[in-house]
Design a protein around this ligand. Structure first.
Ligand code: NOJ
Length: 554
């Protein structure tokens, strides 16, 4: 089948179902809840929904630990509920993509249970079972979540590999039977009518032969042996040729540690393309080192460098996946914006990333400017990665108070709180007791308030999505950055045929002088998007207001 490229025109909305909308009062978001909000989602102007995993799971990592790939988590509903959403979305002209988590399963998946039965069980080789060395694990790899990457099984006197939590054993993709299982899962959902996959840490699925020791790191030791391993290309090609090419679908692969150079062999357009897009992490590292928990002061120069590098190196060769939030990061307004200018900085950040070349993804709550939490104690926390970091930071002598400050600033808890629909009880998320604390600011920050205000962030997102769709310069224009060393302003141009777009973003509260780049006469441009009503131009420039954004079309 000829390769489609409809995904290039799309904007995608990500749903983390547990916290989206609860229909039955059990305090947990569910699929009928999503169904009831399809019109809202459509009203944003988005073209697709990506569901974070909604399969049966023991919830060690809220669905990223799957115990049955071909069913729906009963907390969320049934396959029939899912089919209703699929139909409802399709009727409204929206696509639906599923999260494909095949680097690992849950330890409660039948394959793993079988594999742990005996060494000659046919499923034993579905996972990485290895003998220890001198009563120690087979190598020095550390997990991303829970200390050592190996868990000992006394009965077998063997260890199994888990790059994430110990309840997430890694699948052995070198086993052709495992790859057949993956293809079977893909076909199951594609045959049902889903339109593609977001593929969880898909670049980790091939491990170096012999699983050699890694260079010691505080977390994730060994990563150089699987970050894009020896058979990744081969396995992704196999999935593409045997399955994906037979459907009109698209894929976006999660790809930690990728650079444009390492990504291009996988997403470069043409015969050998394996994935349509990748979620890289480089622009999410402008306020940290190694991972979100190792905080650094925000650097706009670093942020711009990451974005520009991907924009420039992929242009005409591959397609970017654009995002600034998802279920794995704290809320962006707290990170790169300013909560005291929630709406203004929220708009600026939205325009900053969505007007670049690529397919934008929006995470639930991002469109109404939801912000970080104020959790008081670890007992209120829910995430395995918080619990692991608690052990790490307490060992280093961090106090409870300092740790909670860190949690409320960097943890994944922040993005997983229930969506705030209105100012009623429990923010309209549930009529019961919510499974997780609702942000104290829900009376002010909620969908209803945003709907009622024509100048809200929500309505700005709508404008932005519409503008992108209607203007080829946003879809296809070439990107060029100005003033790359400025620590206050992010200014870039998009150019397509005879039209040009100039995007001017201030990352500062204080006023900064913006002067139009050479060749631009601002008075000749049409101001198409902005976040303040006063838009005077003085000497072909202006003094910025806090977190101001202006977008001129020429
Ligand atoms: C990436 C997912 O986005 C994250 O939520 C999860 O914990 C890990 N992969 C492991 O599946």
């Amino acid at each position: 089948m000829a390769k489609n490229d409809w995904y290039k025109k799309m904007t995608v909305y990500q749903i983390w179902t547990r916290s989206f909308c609860d229909s039955n009062g059990d305090g947990i978001g569910d699929l009928p809840g999503v169904l009831s909000k399809l019109d809202y989602i459509k009203s944003l102007g988005v073209d697709a929904i990506w569901f974070s995993p909604i399969y049966p799971t023991p919830n060690a990592d809220y669905g990223y630990d799957i115990s049955d790939y071909k069913n729906i988590n009963s907390e969320y509903g049934t396959l029939d509920d899912f089919k209703k959403i699929l139909d409802g979305a399709h009727e409204r002209g929206m696509k639906v993509i599923m999260d494909l988590v095949v680097n690992h399963t849950s330890d409660e998946h039948e394959w793993f249970k079988q594999s742990a039965q005996s060494k000659d069980n046919p499923y034993h080789d579905y996972y990485f079972w290895r003998k220890g060395k001198d009563k120690k694990p087979p190598n020095n790899w550390l997990s991303m979540f829970e200390g050592n990457a190996w868990e000992y099984n006394e009965k077998l006197d063997e260890y199994y590999l888990h790059i994430f939590a110990k309840k997430q054993p890694d699948l052995n993709m070198d086993n052709p039977k495992v790859r057949e299982e993956v293809k079977d899962i893909m076909r199951f959902w594609l045959d049902m009518g889903v339109d593609g996959f977001r593929e969880d840490v898909i670049t980790f699925i091939s491990k170096d032969e012999g699983l050699p020791n890694g260079i010691p790191l505080p977390v994730g030791t060994g990563i150089e042996h699987y970050k894009h391993g020896p058979h990744l290309d081969e396995y992704l090609s196999e999935f593409r040729h045997d399955v994906l090419d037979n459907y009109d679908c698209f894929t976006v692969g999660e790809a930690p540690m990728m650079t444009p150079e390492t990504a291009l062999p996988f997403i470069g357009e043409g015969e050998n393309q394996k994935l349509d897009m990748m979620f890289h992490f480089q622009h999410m590292e402008a306020d940290n080192m190694i991972n979100d928990w190792i905080k650094m002061p925000f650097s706009l120069v670093k942020l711009k460098h990451a974005f520009s590098n991907w924009q420039n190196k992929l242009y005409g060769k591959a397609w970017n996946a654009l995002y600034i939030e998802n279920h794995d990061h704290a809320r962006i307004i707290n990170r790169y914006g300013n909560v005291n200018y929630r709406t203004e900085s929220g708009k600026m950040l939205a325009a900053m990333y969505m007007l670049q070349c690529g397919t934008p993804f929006i995470y639930q709550g991002q469109e109404i400017g939801m912000t970080n939490m104020n959790l008081k104690s670890v007992t209120e926390c829910k995430d395995v990665s918080t619990f692991n970091n608690e052990r790490v930071f307490k060992k280093l002598g961090m106090s409870d108070k300092a740790f909670m400050k860190l949690v409320n600033s960097v943890s994944r808890e922040n993005s997983r709180t229930p969506v705030q629909w209105n100012s009623e009880n429990n923010a309209g998320f549930t009529s019961g007791t919510p499974w997780f604390k609702i942000n104290d600011n829900y009376k002010e920050v909620n969908v209803e308030n945003e709907e009622n205000d024509p100048n809200s962030l929500l309505n700005f997102y709508r404008k932005l999505i519409k503008f992108r769709k209607e203007n080829d310069v946003v879809l296809y224009g070439k990107y060029k950055e100005f003033y790359p060393m400025s620590n206050s302003l992010y200014v870039y141009e998009r150019k397509y045929r005879d039209s040009k777009l100039l995007v001017i973003c201030s990352f500062k509260e204080k006023s900064v002088r913006f002067k139009a780049p050479e060749g631009y006469d601002l008075s000749k441009g049409e101001l198409v998007l902005n976040n303040y009503s006063d838009n005077k131009i003085v000497n072909n420039g202006f003094m910025t207001k806090p977190y101001e954004v202006r977008v001129y079309l020429f």
